[in-house]
Design a protein around this ligand. Structure first.
Ligand SMILES: [Zn+2]
Ligand SMILES: [Zn+2]
Length: 281
């Protein structure tokens, strides 16, 4: 087993601490590779993504850090790019022109920019989720879920990124099924449609422990039953932290690997020696 993580934020977006603190922590913990994935700038003002100016600082800083630490650990340059229909997608030239080592495609909200000028997110503060649910989706989790997974399907169809971020992010505030039941037939239908879109796309699904390190949930994205359905479709998987603090880069790593083994997976995907490869679990 090797230690890796490709979903890492830092203080230039919404993480804590400088890029170098994540690298030295990874070296201390014996990591083989660490990938950085700041939130790509958005076409709306916000306090959690890179600004256009910070994007350049981020890329230059990574080059410097690779020069400084590259002999001790493999460091990869990535971005977590939001899909916003009609505005932003990971396959756009402006992102592919950056010569990144990889990118993450993510969905954080469920409605268009004109209706949602503040860019309220499903994983944002509770009032943002409440606003989306009540004002956009008529208080219906079924409608919110349908909008979310429809976006996931569109994003996968567009492609142009390496792995899909936090597959079932909409469950962040659904501890103990407080908002909706994952057993609901409509929820299964939405999830399975998104898995069918992933099937054969070559896009990797991450097991993401971000809700655990932030104290929101005790479980990873996606739920175990979704992983079992992903395995039936041979969807490739990887293990990530979605770290927002240096000490979280290996959060839940062993448990996430154990969950995948229990599900029946024998390998995970990792970017090592500059290429994506399957690594024995
Ligand atoms: Zn995200
Ligand atoms: Zn993230």
């Amino acid at each position: 087993m090797i230690l890796t993580n490709y979903h890492t934020h830092n203080e230039l977006c919404d993480g804590k601490g400088p890029i170098e603190a994540y690298i030295t922590k990874a070296i201390e913990k014996g990591f083989t590779a660490l990938g950085f994935s700041s939130h790509a700038p958005l076409p709306v003002k916000n306090d959690w993504t890179l600004t256009e100016e910070n994007l350049l600082i981020y890329l230059a800083e990574l080059d410097q850090q690779i020069f400084k630490w590259g002999s001790q650990i493999q460091i990869y340059k990535g971005l977590e790019i939001d899909y916003i229909p009609g505005y932003q997608a990971p396959n756009q030239k402006r992102w592919t022109d950056l010569n990144l080592d990889y990118s993450i495609g993510s969905v954080h909200t469920t409605t268009g920019l004109s209706q949602n000028p503040e860019y309220c997110c499903i994983d944002g503060p509770e009032d943002e989720l409440k606003w989306l649910l009540d004002e956009i989706h008529e208080g219906s989790w079924e409608k919110l879920s349908e909008a979310y997974y429809t976006r996931i399907c569109e994003l996968v169809e567009l492609g142009g990124f390496d792995f899909l971020g936090h597959f079932d992010l909409l469950k962040k505030r659904n501890r103990d099924n407080a908002c909706f039941s994952e057993e609901a037939p409509w929820y299964h239908r939405h999830v399975l449609t998104a898995l069918d879109a992933l099937d054969g796309s070559g896009i990797i699904m991450e097991v993401n422990s971000g809700a655990i390190s932030r104290g929101a949930l005790d479980v990873v994205y996606p739920s175990p039953w979704i992983l079992a359905e992903a395995l039936k479709r041979d969807i490739p998987v990887m293990v990530n932290a979605d770290a927002h603090r240096p000490e979280d880069i290996d959060c839940n790593y062993d448990e996430s690997c154990a969950l995948l083994r229990e599900t029946g997976y024998h390998e995970i995907w990792a970017l090592v020696d500059e290429k994506w490869q399957a690594v024995q679990l």
